[in-house]
Design a protein around this ligand. Structure first.
Ligand SMILES: *Cc1c(COP(=O)(O)O)cnc(C)c1O
Length: 453
């Protein structure tokens, strides 16, 4: 399998290189040259454990990695999960929840990042190379990426986070990791500042090459592929086509569902659930992709306006026509808004909607009252969104975080302390390490120059 850039300006590369470069040098995202059709494999895959299904799916995309090695990487990755089923499907009366949050940092990002960590180590080991990972986080990505690469040889990780603006638990999940290869950089600024710093450093191609900077954000193709697996896994638990409700920010998670459907998995509809930051919901309703201002919500990991993986969807929507894609993006970046021609045919698969704060809280409360089940605010956005549509197929809601990651919102909604987790409680008494830096490119570059491998 070979990978090309959505913007058309890169010679094809194979999986191993795609994982290391993360993003194409022309600024585009990597896509496989074609999508395999798995419809005739599905019956044979029914009943496979998650780890074994992951092997069957990922090897289709990673055909330059030895089967035995790939199996081991997947086994090691999913062994870090606290549930025997890795990602259990909880079936309550009238509510199916796919719990993706049993990994080391209690958010769904662990599923793909644990695998990515193993892939990095294997690929670098073969090249006897090294990698300095640079990431920006508003909370969940940073800790999941750190958990994925801590202690691994040949890799250092530098995470920029807005100092004092993440939740205490989110900060402690990063700063209590004391391995030498982990660098937590508290930036005196906002999450947008962190992301800008990261982008401008990546855009300095000479610097990027000199320090071999790698990316772990959701544009990395390996993350998307691993996420495809759980859509197949959950769909195979049913005899008829199913629908999913997916809480979305960067369009990463829901894009994996779209790919699964494109590969022949029987998916009826995908509910694309956003919080008040509704740029994606507006696009699927009107065909116009128009920038708004970021609003802070109870589901902070979805407080995003420009969804980085959306470029992949547009590429497929334009039938792989990079020129039309680039034109759309240029218009969007110049004017803050761009439009596709045929709104009706944008993609009927998606049912997109935006859920407000009050309804999120109400959903946490009512789900607890009727099912005794505790949702985190992100997962609640998904459950609330799905309730707006009359679906004829069984619905599976993706639960993207453990409620204990967002205890204030959850406990307040329910009225008692139900959102706790022993692992998080312990962090409070743990030693920590971080470096605070000004929101200044030179300051971050100096830190990298002194500490990078
Ligand atoms: C990152 C995150 C999301 C959004 O996922 P995308 O891939 O950006 O759509 C939703 N919920 C939680 C808890 C997250 O950490």
């Amino acid at each position: 399998m070979r990978y090309i850039s959505t913007r058309g300006g890169m010679d094809p590369v194979r999986f191993r290189e795609a994982v290391i470069i993360g993003q194409a040098p022309d600024g585009g995202l990597l896509m496989p040259e074609f999508l395999p059709d798995v419809s005739s494999d599905l019956e044979g895959w029914r009943g496979l454990a998650f780890e074994d299904l992951a092997f069957e799916v990922v090897r289709l995309f990673a055909d330059d990695i030895d089967d035995v090695v790939l199996k081991k990487i997947l086994k090691d990755a999913f062994e870090t999960f606290a549930s025997e089923d890795t990602i259990p499907l909880v079936q309550l009366d009238g509510l199916n929840v796919l719990e993706l949050f049993h990994g080391p940092t209690l958010a769904f990002k662990d599923v793909a990042l644990q695998v990515l960590g193993g892939l990095f180590e294997h690929i670098l080991g073969r090249q006897s190379g090294s990698l300095n990972i640079l990431g920006a986080t508003s909370g969940d990505t940073g800790s999941a990426a750190i958990a994925a690469v801590r202690g691994r040889p040949n890799i250092d990780i530098f995470v920029l986070f807005p100092d004092g603006r993440t939740s205490l638990m989110q900060e402690l999940q990063m700063t209590t990791v004391l391995d030498d290869n982990v660098h937590c950089l508290g930036i005196e600024g906002t999450f947008d500042d962190c992301q800008e710093l990261m982008k401008s450093i990546f855009n300095d191609l000479a610097f990027k090459e000199k320090y071999r900077l790698g990316a772990v954000n959701s544009v990395n193709w390996a993350r998307v592929v691993v996420q495809v697996v759980y859509y197949i896994y959950a769909a195979l638990k049913f005899k008829e086509p199913v629908s999913f409700s997916v809480p979305t920010g960067n369009f990463g998670n829901v894009f994996a569902g779209y790919l699964a459907r494109s590969m022949g998995v029987p998916i009826d509809r995908l509910v694309l659930a956003t919080n008040k930051n509704d740029i994606l919901a507006r696009f699927f309703e009107t065909g116009t992709y128009a920038l708004g201002t970021v609003q802070h919500t109870l589901s902070p990991s979805m407080d995003i306006q420009v969804a980085s993986n959306f470029e992949r969807f547009l590429y497929l929507y334009f039938n792989g026509d990079s020129e039309r894609l680039v034109e759309f993006l240029e218009t969007f970046y110049e004017r803050g808004s761009a439009k596709v021609d045929h709104v009706d045919s944008v993609e009927p698969l998606f049912l997109a909607t935006s859920v407000g704060e009050e309804e999120t809280v109400e959903t946490i409360k009512s789900t607890y009252a009727s099912h005794g089940y505790v949702l985190d605010p992100h997962s609640a956005v998904g459950v609330a969104a799905a309730s707006r549509f009359k679906l004829t197929s069984p619905l599976i809601s993706l639960a993207t975080a453990h409620p204990a990651k967002f205890p204030d919102a959850v406990n307040e909604a329910i009225g008692k302390d139900v959102a706790t987790h022993a692992k998080l409680k312990k962090l409070v008494s743990h030693a920590t390490r971080k470096t605070v830096l000004a929101a200044d490119e030179l300051a971050v570059k100096n830190y990298l120059t002194e500490n990078a491998r």
